[in-house]
Design a protein around this ligand. Structure first.
Ligand code: FE2
Ligand code: FE2
Length: 464
């Protein structure tokens, strides 16, 4: 996507927002916090209905891929949603794709999820969203009360070897609108081909409404932030917390079952996509405590989930388009390495407690590292981008670790502590990690969102 196209789409949306058609933003008090504190509010502020519009958000592009795309938007009443999509800007060649899969459509009163398949790699598509308002009184007593279409035409380009080798990574946004807004503004200026949301978008979310607020109706100016820029998600530990987050796929949809092997049926968001010369891998490190921790009441299964992803990763790395990419970049939320001895590695049975560690939850994930890094090492992975610690860090490759690791910054805007203990800490800043291939190498820019400068710059040569 070209930058001017993004600006044009934003301007169209801004015009709509100015006419009062879209939901008003509400804000919440923000408090600064230390690394990966658990003291987050439970839910997002609720939206106040301010119109009778059926469609109440811009679309969000989810699970960027080479031959498919997820298109998700919010509605305020029972609706049968759809997407009109084609390669012509006027949509004269458009086909209509209904929400849901086979047999019945995905009738829903809050979120419409459409997975468009059968697309061509590295191809630009135009689309519109629409929804039928449905009256359902039981049995055959159902009818369409009216149809609403968003008048705007959006667009995206699928993944593939001819797609711009240009991505951005954000992480640990934690429903903090100011740092999130800064990240989205930076991404709008950089205009990458896709964005990886590297976990902890949530805090502890108990309702679908709260999830809708985070992903589809955030309290930021650029409410169409993901309408023309595709997103990928590597969930963080907080993205599994709360009753609603146990099924985040109701708002952050999975890929279609036919897009993955039966063995990988529940790995609906792991990704291995080609972005020009870059192969991007997405893994989910899951919770930051052991499944056996009494806090979890036996309700989490991170262990087998990580093992299942190991088999998926082995196969993904062997795929032709991934194996042949000059650059291999992996993303996951919890770091796979840490050189500070007091940082808990996340495998301390039975309850994550040990006086030699500074916290009783994982600062990094030794279990995932043991499972995944031998595969990444053998594949020649150059860079692992992680998150979770709420402080930007960089680890250069060393004799025992052929890949570099970046830990993205957290949501704090230059302060630590709260109340009387609040103090400045210039080491705490949110980041946008930008990767692009130019001049025959992978260039990484770490953007500091407090100073609005490039904090660090790294280059990587093609893998052998
Ligand atoms: Fe976090
Ligand atoms: Fe985290």
């Amino acid at each position: 996507m070209k930058r001017r196209d993004f600006i044009k789409a934003s301007a169209l949306l801004a015009a709509a927002a100015g006419s009062g058609e879209l939901l008003k933003a509400s804000t919440r008090p923000l408090t600064e916090m230390g690394p990966e504190a658990d003291a987050f509010p439970d839910v997002c502020p609720a939206e106040e209905p301010d119109s009778e519009r059926l469609i109440v958000s811009a679309p969000m592009l989810q699970n960027f891929a080479d031959t498919s795309m997820g298109i998700v938007f919010a509605v305020r009443a029972l609706a049968n949603g759809y997407v009109l999509i084609g390669e012509q800007p006027d949509l004269s060649d458009a086909r209509k794709v209904l929400c849901g899969g086979y047999r019945v459509t995905d009738l829903d009163d809050r979120v419409v999820r459409v997975r468009v398949t059968g697309l061509r790699p590295s191809t630009k598509y135009y689309y519109r969203i629409g929804a039928d308002r449905i009256s359902y009184e039981g049995g055959y007593r159902m009818k369409i009360l009216g149809t609403e279409e968003d008048p705007r035409t959006y667009f995206f380009t699928t993944a593939g070897e001819k797609t711009d080798a240009h991505f951005c990574v954000i992480n640990d946004t934690h429903v903090r609108w100011e740092p999130f807004s800064r990240a989205i503004d930076k991404i709008a200026a950089l205009a990458p081909a896709c964005v990886i949301w590297n976990g902890d978008a949530s805090n502890v979310e108990e309702t679908v409404e709260a999830q809708v607020r985070i992903f589809l109706t955030p309290a930021i100016d650029r409410k169409d932030y993901a309408a023309c820029t595709p997103y990928l998600l590597c969930p963080g530990n907080h993205d599994t917390r709360g009753m609603a987050n146990r099924h985040l796929e109701r708002v952050w949809m999975f890929r279609q079952p036919e897009e993955r092997q039966p063995r990988d049926w529940d790995l609906g968001r792991n990704f291995a996509v080609r972005l020009g010369d870059i192969a991007l891998i997405g893994l989910d490190t899951a919770e930051d405590k052991l499944d056996s921790n009494p806090l979890f009441a036996g309700l989490f299964t991170s262990g087998p989930y990580r093992e299942a992803q190991t088999e998926w990763l082995r196969d993904a790395l062997a795929r032709d388009e991934i194996r042949s990419a000059p650059y291999l970049v992996a993303c996951c939320h919890i770091p796979l390495y840490d050189d500070i001895p007091t940082h808990n590695p996340g495998d301390v049975a039975p309850a994550d407690k040990d006086p030699k560690y500074s916290t009783d939850y994982a600062y990094w994930q030794r279990t995932c590292a043991t499972l995944w890094t031998p595969l990444l090492d053998a594949a020649g992975c150059q860079l692992v981008i992680t998150a979770h610690q709420h402080r930007y860090r960089y680890f250069a490759p060393d004799a025992g670790r052929p890949w570099a690791q970046i830990i993205g910054g957290g949501p704090s805007l230059g302060f630590t502590g709260s109340g009387e203990n609040r103090r400045e800490d210039p080491g705490l800043f949110p980041t946008v990690i930008e990767g692009l291939v130019q001049n025959g190498q992978l260039e990484i820019n770490v953007h500091n969102l407090v100073t609005d400068t490039i904090q660090d710059h790294f280059t990587f040569r093609p893998r052998q």
